[in-house]
Design a protein around this ligand. Structure first.
Ligand code: PLP
Length: 389
């Protein structure tokens, strides 16, 4: 029988990293020492205090059953306490917090709760691909909000036509931003909330990198802005903050109706976050911030400094990110991002992600994830230095 993929699956944007992936695997199979700046996945293990709590939690029979619901009472209480401590925002743990199996899951499912076929969702470009994918799976139409260097990689709401917003129900934002490393201010969030209220649409702000700030300013939460709770939810992730990508845990916080709608989708499609993982996440978010987090930021700062200095010498435009662990480097003039990444891989066995894979305005940039130790970054730069641009 011939399998015909659903129109939904066929409607997904082409996977632009496929060729790079294939080459990466081929280079490894051929025995080359590949240095991989591709995946945004911490190379350091989960912090010990979290693992210790997990070991105890996994032994408890009450954690062996379907967790169900939007998170344990303790998980929601700890999240609410974290949000109060870190952002000065009071949230109701029962109505305004929802445990997620990683934020990707929540982001992917949210359009199913809000978007009818043919309705528009505003998504940032360049951007994390799941905003588009979730929209397409729900039958919605993504409208790409172009982010550019000139506007600090922030969308210009005035440039979005009213014909578009008339049909729009949801806008995704993502600060600190993947792939550009840009951050947003409280004033920007005020503008975003005012725009959403004026145009009658919901905001989903993806704060997966909020705790990975590399400069002095700690990124705010959109919920700090008056009125945000009427129109917005925010996604937070334990993945990058605590080196827990494999554990799959995060949360949504904000507007109670949005939380309830997303919870309703989830109740029908999944059975919640493993109870022991929720307990371990409670340990991660409990109390004042642990020194391990600042040590990770310092590690990323050092890596960013070494990589950016080296890249600039090679003719790239690169500055350390304000937050996230991504360096968003402008390619040497006369090249496009795909050609540069192909050459890096073929000739230096170095993997970077072509910016065009994140959307058309990502053309001209390459994303390097800082999940590579400094010594290896130096080796990569040395190899790249022998290429002629
Ligand atoms: N949001 C952004 C912007 C990301 O880059 C990622 C992962 O790379 C995620 C969300 C998903 O994170 P997780 O599902 O691990 O919480």
């Amino acid at each position: 029988m011939t399998l015909i993929r659903s129109e939904r699956l066929q409607a997904l944007p082409p996977y632009l990293f496929a060729e790079i992936d294939r080459k990466r695997r081929a280079a490894r199979a051929a025995g080359h020492d590949v240095i991989d700046f591709g995946v945004g996945d911490p190379d350091q293990p989960t912090h010990e205090f979290i693992i210790e709590r997990m070991i105890q939690a996994v032994r408890k029979p009450e954690n062996h059953v379907y967790p169900l619901g939007g998170g344990s009472a303790e998980f929601r209480r700890q999240v609410a306490a974290f949000v109060r401590r870190r952002y000065g925002v009071e949230v109701d743990p029962q109505r305004e917090v929802l445990a997620l199996i990683g934020t990707k899951e929540g982001i992917g499912h949210l359009p199913l709760a809000l978007v009818n076929p043919g309705q528009t969702v505003l998504v940032p470009s360049p951007g994390y691909p799941v905003y588009r994918v979730g929209t397409v799976f729900a039958g919605g139409e993504p409208y790409l909000m172009e982010l550019t260097e000139e506007t600090g990689w922030l969308p210009d709401f005035d440039r979005i036509p009213t014909e578009v917003t008339r049909n729009a129900v949801l806008m995704f934002l993502n600060y600190p931003n993947n792939p550009t490393g840009a951050t947003a201010t409280r004033e920007f969030y005020e503008r975003a909330v005012a725009f959403a209220m004026r145009r009658n649409l919901w905001i989903a702000q993806d704060a997966a990198y909020n705790e990975l700030y590399l400069d002095a300013e700690r990124p705010p939460s959109i919920l700090e802005v008056p009125g945000a709770r009427d129109v917005a939810i925010e996604f937070h992730s334990a993945s990058k903050t605590f080196n827990m990508t494999g554990w799959r845990v995060g949360f949504a916080v904000g507007n109670a109706e949005l939380i309830a709608a997303l919870a309703s989708v989830k109740a029908n499609l999944d059975s919640g976050v493993f109870g022991a993982v929720q307990e371990a996440a409670c340990e991660a978010y409990a109390g004042s911030e642990r020194p391990e987090l600042e040590r990770m930021r310092e590690l990323y700062r050092q890596r960013a400094e070494v990589l950016c200095t080296g890249l600039r010498r090679l003719g790239f435009g690169a500055a350390p990110p304000r937050a996230t662990f991504y360096v968003w480097a402008r390619v040497p003039s006369g090249y496009d991002s795909m050609t540069v990444c192909n050459r890096l891989l073929d000739e230096a066995h170095v993997v970077g992600v072509p910016g065009v894979g994140f959307g058309p305005t990502g053309e001209g940039y390459v994303r390097f994830a800082l999940n590579v130790p400094v010594e290896r970054i130096r080796v990569a730069l040395e190899r790249m230095g022998s290429l002629k641009w």
